[in-house]
Design a protein around this ligand. Sequence first.
Ligand SMILES: Cc1ncc(COP(=O)(O)O)c(CNCCCC(=O)O)c1O
Length: 452
Amino acid sequence: MTELTGGPSLPQERRIVTAIPGPKSLELQARRTATVAAGVGSTLPVFTARAGGGVIEDIDGNSLIDFGSGIAVTSVGSSAEAVVRRASAQLADFTHTCFMVTPYEGYVEVCEQLAELTPGDHAKKSALFNSGAEAVENAVKIARAYTKRQAVVVFDHGYHGRTNLTMALTAKNMPYKQGFGPFAPEVYRVPVAYGYRWPTGPENCGAEASAQAIDQITKQIGAENVAAIIIEPVLGEGGFIEPAKGFLPAIAQFAKDNGIVFVADEIQSGFCRTGQWFACEDEGIVPDLITTAKGIAGGLPLAAVTGRAEIMDAPHAGGLGGTYGGNPVACAAALGSIETMREMDLNAKAKRIEEVMKGRLAEMQAKLDNGAIIGDIRGRGAMIAIELVEPGTKTPNAAAAGALAKACHAEGLLVLTCGTYGNVLRFLPPLVIGEDLLNEGLDIIEAAFARL
Ligand SMILES: Cc1ncc(COP(=O)(O)O)c(CNCCCC(=O)O)c1O
């Protein structure tokens, strides 16, 4: 058994022993530039040596506080004990047979867990894939097969992936879509209830935005032509937007009334990230299909479409598949990730992270002279964000978001930005992060604001 070097046993501390990035990272960066396509970016070019709990150690010996979780993936922490234990055992048994060739129990077990954990007590089935975009692509295939319709409705600020169809579904042009068209047809975009930016104010937003969206679907597409409506219950890359209350129920009801498959894209918000197994639960939404990935398998590539059995069974035999979908090692990792979420009650941990983060961020907003640039504090669980604006306005302030992120990186705190306007600082710590480390990260953010 190889010595376990990462995981929860890693010293849970911020330790800065060189400039960030350090000399070894800079050396490796030169090699990377020579051999890795320029289109593949990195937020912070420090090369990882080990990771676990709430930290990432780089090859120069620095230990960074992780507020990114690899973009909401390592919710249970990188190299979580149960993930490593189960995946290592599976690695030793077999790495791949292709489920479409000879099936294996791990795939079935993951589907059983998904049926149990996802919203709704109806009969459910799943199909497993590798990436979130692949899951979304297949959710569209399944919805079209079931409804015999073609149109797909998505929302402003939505994000669904980087394949041709999911680029069409994604709202933001740069960096995701520019120059990669033409995009798949029969995709239509309607307004979302972005409360902070809604013209008549957040209190009116849910009802007004849903009415506008439904009107556009009805008048410009024809409800009878729509196969699927796809929405993130908390929009991720678009800026951690929680649709104003009432919006999701109205859209879900409209879909139900018109035979449209309602697809919740919980790839970023799912698996305890928002303090519930799935963000849909917040307003009691029971989606027809739900796409999951990221946190499901603790870092191994796994994605799923889960939904009403009669819808999932609509594609003809052989109509769904792919060589690696539901890889056995990734399935073992997922069972380890779910085991960890259950045993450590990571929903409760996520709620505590929300309480700590929102409390500290509200203090920053209140007491800092430039607190006026924190236009909005939002999110749920360990999916929290602040929207930065020009002081006293709602004008997006992407420069401040970038400067703050850069300042945090230099101090050994890994944070990510997002948002259509690039002005959202988002916080996605592993749900297993210690409270001291969480607060130390918030101290760094506060100091960065003071120096802005
Ligand atoms: C809601 C939602 N649906 C779908 C996806 C796509 O998942 P893949 O596993 O990246 O394909 C995501 C992935 N989000 C992070 C993208 C990072 C980047 O590529 O710059 C998501 O958040």
